[in-house]
Design a protein around this ligand. Structure first.
Ligand code: HEC
Ligand code: HEC
Length: 392
């Protein structure tokens, strides 16, 4: 196009901005200035993509362990009123639209005999409800089990979920011990501390540490599982999937001209980092419901860590796994992850500055606050359920 056309476009953009600013100013005068209740947070969640994404959604939240340590079961009991239309909570209570939830923490998925669970939920009966997966589930049921019949949008407020979990845990014959809160790195920024999200959640740091310590060679071997669909060399072609050279630090749906699914494209404001890659590779369909990547996921935490260590190294600008955590991470076991003198490229910052969603998705949620050996290493994972279970 010629420069005249460019000028016209620039003019149009400026015009639109001016109108927006003016409207904002007027709205400000009329309605008073409001802080958005949750700056950036909701934007980061994949709400439009049909079911959303727990990984991104939880991005700004402190790890569940830390939130539970401060949780208030009395407030949680109040929050549980949101569930009361469909669930009873007392011991031996009847099923309503949903199953009874007495003592749910520590019970198996689809625990209530005779209740008409969805096929998607029944496919996960090898898993046990624990704090981490309940947190994920309550935030976004369809993001956790696409195809669930629980018609509930989810509770986006991380503190509210923690309170609710504290209540659910107490409402039991055998309450579970609360998982230990991360000793350090967790800022007591608490209340609505989205800004504090600039400092990554400590749970994320744990996985990062695993990746930092992982065996890159092993990861390269694991990457053979991806080779049918992905090339890894610089400038390599797309196959069934996009080229993955330098993927850590690139945007979602980064490869120009590749035919991504609508679901993946809807997340193109997010940057791939160690934590969300961990989540994605564990269960692609849970991370991006509606993705076209037909891959069940890698259930072994060690394999994922090694694979991501390899993906990170296979790059012009590997992310510094020791320090990319934003200062909380100790350089303690700082291995020379990056042999070159080149600057470590922190996973995300600049690109996101474009949108209002400050701190949206960078230090992604602790994909797995991984307290105990996670249940669900078995193949009956949600992501492994037939495609018929897609949310839309
Ligand atoms: C509109 C009705 C509805 C609401 C509201 C609702 N649920 Fe559910 N819930 C269901 C249904 C239906 C199922 C079964 C889902 C399936 O089989 O896929 C379910 C399943 C569950 C399960 C799994 C139980 C098991 O046996 O594995 C948990 C846990 C749960 N709900 C918690 C909650 C909580 C906590 C809330 C409130 C924050 C809530 N639900 C709100 C309908 C609801
Ligand atoms: C059966 C083919 C297939 C296999 C096997 C597969 N992928 Fe994919 N992958 C795809 C497709 C297709 C997409 C695009 C998904 C979409 O648009 O929803 C994709 C997308 C991705 C993306 C996002 C890239 C971007 O530009 O945002 C990453 C990262 C990724 N895959 C990693 C892997 C890794 C690592 C493995 C091996 C553990 C793997 N994939 C195995 C087909 C595959």
């Amino acid at each position: 196009m010629d420069s005249f056309e460019l000028n016209k476009i620039a003019g149009a953009v400026l015009g639109a901005l001016t109108v927006t600013l003016t409207l904002n100013a007027v709205a400000g005068l009329v309605f008073g200035q409001h802080e958005p209740e949750k700056p950036g947070y909701e934007v980061a969640a994949l709400d439009e993509s049909g079911g959303g994404d727990a990984g991104g959604g939880a991005a700004a939240a402190a790890p569940i362990e830390a939130r539970l340590a401060k949780a208030d079961p009395a407030k949680g009991e109040a929050a549980a009123k949101k569930c009361g239309a469909c669930h009873s909570f007392e011991k031996g209570g009847a099923a309503k639209a949903g199953p009874n939830l007495y003592g749910i923490v520590g019970l198996k998925h689809a625990h209530m005999e005779g209740f008409g669970y969805s096929a998607a939920m029944k496919a996960t009966t090898d898993k046990t409800w624990d704090f981490a997966n309940l947190d994920h589930w309550i935030e976004n049921p369809k993001g956790y089990i696409s195809g669930t019949s629980m018609a509930f949008a989810g509770i986006k407020n991380p503190e509210e979920r923690a309170n609710l979990l504290a209540y659910l845990n107490k409402n039991s014959d055998s309450p579970q011990p609360l998982p230990a809160a991360p000793a350090e790195g967790e800022k007591p920024a608490a209340a609505g501390g989205e800004k504090g999200a600039a400092a990554p959640a400590a749970g994320g740091g744990d996985f990062k540490a695993l990746v930092a310590a992982a065996d890159v060679k092993k990861g390269e071997a694991v990457a053979k599982k991806c080779g049918a669909c992905h090339s890894f060399d610089k400038g390599g072609p797309a196959k069934a999937g996009p080229n993955l050279y330098g993927i850590v630090g690139l945007k979602h749906a980064h490869m120009e001209g590749f035919g991504y699914s609508a679901a993946m494209k809807a997340t193109s404001d997010k940057v791939w980092d160690v934590d969300n890659l961990g989540h994605w590779l564990e269960n692609p369909k849970a991370y991006v419901p509606g993705t076209s990547m037909a891959f069940a996921g890698i259930k072994s935490l060690e394999e994922r860590a090694a694979l991501i260590a390899y993906l990170n190294k296979n790059s012009d600008a590997p992310v510094d796994l020791g320090a990319a955590g934003g200062g909380d991470a100790k350089p303690a076991d700082a291995k020379p992850a990056d042999p070159k003198p080149s600057e470590p490229a922190p996973a995300a910052p600049a690109p996101d500055a474009a949108k209002p969603a400050e701190g949206g998705d960078t230090p992604a949620a602790p994909a797995e606050p991984a307290p105990a050996p996670q249940e669900g290493a078995a193949p009956g994972q949600p992501g492994a359920t037939p495609p018929a279970e897609q949310p839309k």
